[in-house]
Design a protein around this ligand. Structure first.
Ligand SMILES: CC(C)(COP(=O)(O)OP(=O)(O)OC[C@H]1O[C@@H](n2cnc3c(N)ncnc32)[C@H](O)[C@@H]1OP(=O)(O)O)[C@@H](O)C(=O)NCCC(=O)NCCS
Length: 286
C-alpha cells in the first residue's frame, strides 16, 4: 500500500451500500470520504464542532472531483487515505484515495472553504488550524498535556467536566464541584489552539499514608478513542509515584471499567450507585 497519505481511515462495505450491479453505488464514495474526513479532523485535534467553533469558523465543501478505477464489493475492507495538499487564503485542498487490499478503487480532490461563524463568509484559514494540520501531517503531537494545582488548571478542567459530566451525563452541578478540587493535583489536555479536551485529578489530602485517589477523568466526546484518556491516567499515575504513593484507588463508572483495567486497575467489591450512575471501586499498586 502507498504511504503517501499521512492519515487513513478504514471501514467495511455494508450490505446496504451495494447496488443492483453488486458493487458499491458510485454516490456512496463521497459518504466514505466524509466519514474519513471527520476522523481526520478528530485525529488533527479538531473534533467537530468544538474544534471549529473554538477557531470561530467552519469548513464548507466547495468542490469534489473523483475518478473511479475499480469497483468495491460487499464486505471489502476499504482504506481511505486523506492528505491536505494546499492551504490557500480561505481554501483547503485535499487529495484522497480509496483502496482495498492495496488495489486502487477511487481517487479524488476536494476543496473546502473556511467560513467565519460571525459573517458566514469565507475567511482566512487561522494560523492555529494550519498548525494543527501541519503537526498531524508530520506525525507530531496535536494536543498538549500539562498538570498543576486548581488555580492553574481550573478553566480547562471546568470546561471538560461541564461538557462531559454535567451536559452529557446529567450529573447535577452541586454534585460535580467539591472542595477536593482546591486540594487536588490536576492534569488537563488541550489542542494546540487551547481547546479543552481532557482532564483528571489526583487526591492525596485526607487519604491514608501511601494512598491516593484518582477521579473526575473525562475526555470530550469528540476526542475519545484517541489515547487521551490513557495519557491523562498515566500522567496521574506518574504524579502519584513522584509523591511516593503505593496504592491508587478510584470509583470507576462501570462503563469505563475496561478502560481502567487496561491500565492495570483491578475491581474490588460490588457495584454501587454514585450520582445515579453505577460505579465500582478499582485499585492499582504502583
Ligand atoms: C473513559 C474515558 C475517560 C476514556 O478516555 P478515552 O480517551 O476515550 O480512552 P483512550 O482512547 O485513552 O483508550 C485507552 C484504551 O481504553 C479503551 N477504552 C476506552 N474507553 C473504554 C470503555 N469505556 N470501555 C472499554 N474500553 C475502553 C480503548 O479502547 C483503549 O484500548 P487500547 O489501548 O487497547 O486500544 C472517556 O471515554 C470518557 O471521558 N468517558 C465519559 C466519562 C467517563 O466515563 N469518565 C470515567 C469516570 S470513572
Amino acid at each position: 500500500m502507498t504511504t503517501e497519505f499521512p492519515f487513513y481511515h478504514h471501514l467495511r462495505v455494508r450490505w446496504s451500500e451495494v447496488d443492483a450491479q453488486k458493487v458499491v453505488f458510485n454516490g456512496h464514495y463521497l459518504n466514505f470520504l466524509d466519514t474519513a474526513m471527520s476522523e481526520y479532523w478528530r485525529a488533527s485535534g479538531l473534533p467537530y464542532p468544538e474544534g471549529f467553533v473554538h477557531l470561530g469558523g467552519d469548513v464548507f465543501a466547495r468542490s469534489n472531483a473523483l475518478q473511479y478505477h475499480a469497483p468495491a464489493r460487499f464486505g471489502d475492507c476499504l482504506s481511505i487515505g486523506v492528505r491536505c495538499d494546499r492551504i490557500g487564503n480561505s481554501s483547503l485542498v485535499f487529495a484522497w484515495e480509496i483502496r482495498t487490499s492495496g488495489r486502487l478503487l477511487v481517487t479524488g480532490e476536494t476543496v473546502y472553504v473556511f467560513v467565519s461563524l460571525e459573517t458566514t463568509r469565507p475567511a482566512p484559514v487561522p494560523e492555529a488550524m494550519r498548525l494543527q494540520l501541519d503537526q498531524q501531517r508530520q506525525g507530531a503531537p496535536v494536543h498538549a498535556l500539562r498538570s498543576g494545582d486548581w488555580p492553574s488548571t481550573a478553566s480547562t478542567a471546568r470546561a471538560v467536566r461541564t461538557a462531559v459530566f454535567i451536559e452529557e451525563q446529567g450529573i447535577p452541578q452541586a454534585e460535580e464541584w467539591d472542595e477536593d478540587d482546591a486540594l487536588a493535583w490536576h492534569v488537563v489536555v488541550t489542542n494546540l489552539a487551547g481547546l479543552p479536551v481532557a482532564t483528571g485529578r489526583l487526591i492525596t489530602a485526607g487519604m491514608p499514608k501511601g494512598e491516593a485517589k484518582i477521579g473526575r477523568m473525562a475526555v470530550l466526546n469528540g476526542s475519545r478513542a484517541l489515547g487521551l484518556g490513557q495519557q491523562v491516567l498515566q500522567a496521574l499515575i506518574d504524579a502519584a509515584r513522584q509523591r511516593s504513593i503505593e496504592r491508587l484507588t478510584l470509583h470507576a463508572q462501570t462503563s469505563a471499567q475496561a478502560f481502567y483495567q487496561r491500565a492495570g486497575f483491578a475491581p474490588e467489591g460490588p457495584v454501587f450507585d454514585e450520582v445515579g450512575i453505577p460505579h465500582i471501586v478499582m485499585t492499582l499498586r504502583i
